[in-house]
Design a protein around this ligand. Structure first.
Ligand SMILES: Cc1cc2nc3c(=O)[nH]c(=O)nc-3n(C[C@H](O)[C@H](O)[C@H](O)COP(=O)(O)OP(=O)(O)OC[C@H]3O[C@@H](n4cnc5c(N)ncnc54)[C@H](O)[C@@H]3O)c2cc1C
Length: 497
């Protein structure tokens, strides 16, 4: 992808999308696929907002059954099936064990009925059928969890994803279909004619200058920043988004064999312990947040909550804070409604201001394709049975061993390229054909070669060290990134300027 700010000035687009999170990326992708001229502006890096801070599940959302949101679960389960098909390198099946203890707010019969209903709603689109478990079977699967009071449990199946890369692959698809996209380009005001929004003025945060982009339609997919954008449109605009904060801890080592769905004792909420890149992802919280989305961060009390609740389930684990690999906080951009945060629906809707600005409100990551489809539908009418693909979709025809032999690479290097880039792994190998020195490994766990850094910068538009360590290569979830690796990333970015 090319980041060329001059192109934005020269064009009058059919559609301008504000925000390069998953919703904005997918809207730009589907609009460009429909032969519309599209511009996408993102103030930070693609996916750097909520779309890289999720629990990383493509799921029906078993807990929404408690709120009787059968239609949302039904829709999400179909999206889950589709994402497993189109992005098998980024979305993978995952088993979830639910241990049930005596006196828990959710008794065993309820859990059994819940997973039965979940699979029933999935119908032919289920990942794998659920199973009821005795207490002994639960302990066989998860020997580390508390034994006292364990009555039994269930195992059911959902999917886990790499949220930042799935978002990026939608941006890349938009680019492939001809959209003009830029990260580090912040919308600072709206251009109006006769009271109608006809474009935006944006700040190129890398070039330190402002530029204008004109479009027939403008969509705001700014997630937690939506209220700010609505105030740029009309200073006294009513807030449409309710932001609730969720944090995660990545704890060293895999403390469970499966993902675990657990009920917290302090407030009855559900939280997860999930194997993630060799470590354990623990989360999340759900508390109202009223500050600027720019300042959201993990507070001590958020961490204490998760550590306290996890300790209860893993009595043998010390939970040494030194073993926290990383933490992250994100904001859910929910439909503005009263009630406790976890009861607010995760459905999406569109809000159109009198000036014609269309905003996406609500939704969950899992339903992003549907959000995009509904948005395009709203603007230009129905999409007729279009297929959906992301950048790395498609069959991998060769084995890692065969490719490794041809390029003189280790097999695990090629395998990790296939795992990360799907069918596009060959794009990284092409860089090696031109410059064999790019075969050099800069990290063993995970395996990363220099060519990937060049690819991150030249093709995937990474502009900062964090873009690479957090969202292109997910190094931060594995453990401390070595000095030599950071230097190699920094040098690659600097030399491409
Ligand atoms: C803790 C947590 C866990 C979650 N877990 C899951 C899960 O496991 N599964 C699931 O399905 N969903 C999950 N969700 C929900 C899901 O992550 C969100 O619904 C989704 O990521 C929202 O995407 P978005 O594109 O609307 O927002 P964002 O990803 O926040 O994108 C909005 C973008 O707009 C940009 N922007 C803002 N203002 C401007 C401006 N002025 N100019 C240019 N760009 C601008 C921002 O920088 C941002 O990148 C979770 C959410 C949270 C908070």
């Amino acid at each position: 992808m090319i980041r060329d700010i001059l192109r934005f000035k020269k064009n009058h687009y059919d559609l301008l999308v504000i925000g390069g999170g998953i919703n904005g990326a997918a809207i730009a992708h589907l609009a460009a696929k429909r032969y519309k001229t599209v511009a996408l502006l993102e103030q930070g890096d693609f996916g750097s907002g909520t779309s890289s801070k999720s629990t990383k599940l493509i799921h029906g959302g078993i807990r929404y059954l408690e709120n009787f949101e059968l239609d949302l679960v039904y829709e999400s389960l179909r999206e889950r099936f589709l994402q497993l098909q189109v992005a098998p390198h980024l979305v993978k099946p995952l088993g979830f064990v639910i241990p049930v203890y005596k006196g828990s707010g959710r008794p065993l019969w309820m859990m059994r009925f819940g997973v039965f209903l979940y699979d029933l709603l999935a119908g032919p689109y289920k990942v794998q059928p659920h199973k009821s478990l005795t207490a002994e079977e639960v302990l066989e699967l998860e020997p580390g969890i508390k034994k006292a009071g364990l009555q039994g449990g269930v195992i059911y199946y959902d999917a886990q994803m790499d949220d930042a890369r799935l978002c990026l692959e939608n941006v890349m698809m938009a680019g492939e279909y001809g959209a003009h996209v830029a990260n580090y380009a912040k919308v600072v005001s709206f251009l109006k004619e006769n009271g109608r929004v006809v474009g935006v003025r944006a700040h190129d945060l890398l070039g330190i200058h402002e530029f204008e982009v004109r479009a027939k339609k403008v969509v705001c997919a700014a997630g937690p920043w939506t209220n700010e954008l609505l105030r740029l449109d009309a200073p006294r605009a009513q807030e449409k988004v309710r932001t609730t904060k969720g944090i995660h801890i990545v704890y060293k080592g895999q403390i469970s064999n499966h993902a675990l769905l657990l009920g917290s004792q302090s407030d009855g909420r559900i939280f997860f312990v999930i194997p993630w890149m060799g470590n354990s992802l623990i989360g999340t919280t759900d508390t109202d947040y009223t500050g600027s989305p720019d300042n959201v961060k993990v507070e001590k009390e958020d961490m204490d909550y998760l550590i306290h609740e996890s300790k209860r389930v893993f009595p043998g684990l010390e939970f040494d804070r030194e073993k926290i690999v990383t933490t992250f906080a994100g904001l859910r951009p929910l439909i503005r409604k009263k009630g406790s945060p976890h009861k607010v629906s995760r459905k999406h809707l569109f809000y159109q201001t009198p000036s014609g600005l269309i905003s996406v409100v609500g939704g969950k990551y899992t339903t992003y394709r549907k959000v995009a489809e509904d948005c395009i539908h709203k603007i230009w009418g129905p999409l007729e049975g279009q297929s959906f693909k992301v950048y790395g979709s498609g069959m991998i025809q060769e084995t890692a061993g065969t490719v490794a032999g041809r390029y003189g690479l280790e097999k695990d290097v090629v395998q990790s390229l296939m795992d990360l880039y799907g069918s596009r792994y060959g794009d990284v190998l092409k860089l090696i054909e031109k410059d064999p020195s790019l075969k050099e490994k800069i990290s063993d766990h995970p395996s990363v070669i220099k060519a990937q850094l060049v690819y991150s910068v030249q093709t995937e538009m990474a502009r900062t060290v964090e873009d690479v360590t957090e969202r292109r290569l997910s190094l931060v979830f594995r453990g401390p990134v070595s000095e030599s690796c950071l230097t190699a990333i920094y040098t690659t970015i600097a030399s491409s300027k």
